[in-house]
Design a protein around this ligand. Structure first.
Ligand code: AMP
Ligand code: MG
Length: 493
């Protein structure tokens, strides 16, 4: 198979002109392929061998993939609550869509491939650190079983980018179900382009929610369906301690995938107020605020859809309000599924389960326990009471969970699963490995300062099997030691 046979089918490029600006990547001086996701390339039905061999050219944008139709997408968005009517892809270029082996349509996008008509004062480029960060964390999210955009490749450009200091430049190749966001709807709503709003909604239904095509009120059904996927997504984030960090409406997909890994981070010690992003000074996007922000963003989507929800304005508003109002119930239902599985509660719910869940989380918070390890140790403790000590060792007062453990065991004794089966099920939802911030920073530092990508590769490898105990890599499971803590992450712009 030669390059010419890449089966691009660019449906977004067939939408009206107002949806995007055609733009070619700007060539770079000395591209080098530093990471390539062969498994993903094969899932996409691409010629992995050919892409890897010529990856420096293709994934830098220096060589166009035949059949690609490069474009920058138009979108608006609320950034930290402030509406910006024109954002758009300022440093990302969609090169095309392919239908993968499972029949799913996927976008392939180069991030950092040069300026576009939406770049404003930005350079359209990306630095190596944020590119590697997105590579590591998006692939880790996928391995954790959480809907997310994927990493297909990363190249260095051989050119510097100028941020607060001079950094090596890089280009990231992202794969997504689509890059359509809440902000894409806001773009047309803000301009009063009702026709384009329904063209966009129809495109999205066809692409992401085909089951809604026959619905009585398809656009209202779409709003509900997007709300449900976002509620589910955020519940899963909370299950693994993920803090997105910049949940602006332009960073919330319509497909329900996690997107934009700028200042994101995983929480070590359990505290719902945790914030890492250096630009989130008021904690708007703190760990525990994410469900509320999800609802706020869905309200912005509802507003944008108002003109097409119903011919009668009052009825449209009423329907939109009701849909937004349902968000928290949806979230609670998804969260209950996530947290019950984390505690090993399998059979029918009991009245006291809510208390059991709350008491555990309160104790983990009060005892400054590591969120990930506490649940992993809980899986051990369901099989073997001698593992209680390892759980206790994560707490300031090792006996603090004693009464809770007794109540939990009493509750589990009413379930039918064997301890072994329960422990195995708990280990499938409570990861041993998450991308610990200090390990991510260590890998990035070695790559940026010394051109050493071995830690980056090792980290990706460990994180590709997050639910397996990998004794040889025990150090990757550990929380930061005093002095190793990362307290702030920075946006990748
Ligand atoms: P983000 O922080 O990635 O969600 O980006 C917010 C907006 O800023 C989007 O419109 C981006 O395209 C734009 N942007 C971010 N970084 C750059 C850059 N280096 N050059 C041009 N535009 C950028
Ligand atoms: Mg963004």
């Amino acid at each position: 198979m030669s390059a010419a046979t890449i089966p691009f089918d660019n449906s977004y490029a067939r939408l009206p002109d107002a949806f995007f600006a055609p733009v070619d990547p700007t060539p770079v001086e000395a591209p080098q392929l530093i990471a390539f996701n062969r498994v993903l390339a094969e899932q996409l039905g691409l010629d992995a061998e050919m892409l890897e061999r010529h990856g420096a050219g293709y994934f830098s944008g220096n060589v166009a993939l035949p059949g690609s139709l490069p474009l920058a997408m138009a979108y608006a968005g609320h950034q930290f609550g402030q509406f910006v009517p024109r954002l758009g892809d300022g440093r990302a270029i969609l090169i095309g869509e392919v239908v993968d082996r499972a029949g799913k349509r996927r976008d392939i996008q180069l991030k950092g491939a040069g300026p576009t008509p939406y770049s404003r004062r930005g350079d359209g480029r990306a630095a190596l650190g944020p590119v590697l960060r997105e590579y590591i964390i998006s692939e880790a999210m996928h391995a954790l079983g959480i809907p997310t955009t994927r990493a297909l490749a990363a190249v260095t450009t051989g050119q510097p980018v100028y941020r607060d200091r001079v950094l090596p430049g890089a280009v990231f190749t992202r794969v997504a179900a689509s890059h359509i966001r809440v902000g894409t709807f806001q773009f047309f709503a803000a301009r009063g382009e009702v026709e384009n709003l329904s063209i966009l909604a129809d495109h999205v239904i066809e692409r992401h929610y085909p089951e809604l095509k026959g619905a009585e009120r398809p656009y209202l059904a779409l709003l509900d369906a997007v709300a449900d996927r976002q509620a589910s997504l955020i519940a899963r984030w909370l299950g693994v301690g993920f803090i997105h960090g910049v949940m602006n409406t332009d960073n919330m997909t319509i497909s329900g995938e996690t997107i934009d890994f700028g200042p994101c981070a995983f929480m070590d010690r359990y505290d719902p107020r945790t914030v890492f992003s250096s630009i989130d000074q008021h904690g708007r996007y703190a760990f525990g605020n994410q469900p509320g922000i999800g609802q706020w963003n869905i309200a912005r989507l509802a507003e944008a859809l108002l003109p097409i929800l119903d011919d009668d304005e009052d009825k449209a508003l009423e329907a939109a309000n009701a849909a937004v109002g349902r968000f928290m119930d949806r979230f609670q239902a998804h969260w209950k599924t996530v947290i019950r599985a984390k505690l090993g509660l399998a059979d029918a719910e009991r009245d006291s389960d809510q208390d059991l869940i709350r008491d555990l989380l309160v104790t983990l918070y009060e005892q400054k326990a590591d969120y990930t390890l506490a649940f992993r140790r809980l899986a051990d403790a369901t099989e073997d009471e001698s593992a209680d000590a390892a759980l206790g060792a994560l707490l300031e007062d090792p006996t603090a969970l004693g009464p809770w453990l007794a109540a939990w065991r009493e509750r589990l004794s009413q379930d039918t699963a064997t301890p072994q089966a329960r422990a195995a099920a708990m280990r499938r939802v409570n990861p041993a490995f998450i991308p610990r911030n200090h390990k991510v920073e260590e890998a990035l530092g070695a790559a940026i300062d010394d051109g050493d990508f071995s830690l980056f590769a090792a980290l990706n490898d460990v994180l590709s099997r997050p639910y397996e105990d990998q004794p040889a890599f025990a150090a990757y499971a550990e929380p930061p030691k005093p002095g190793e803590e990362i307290t702030a992450t920075f946006c990748g712009t």
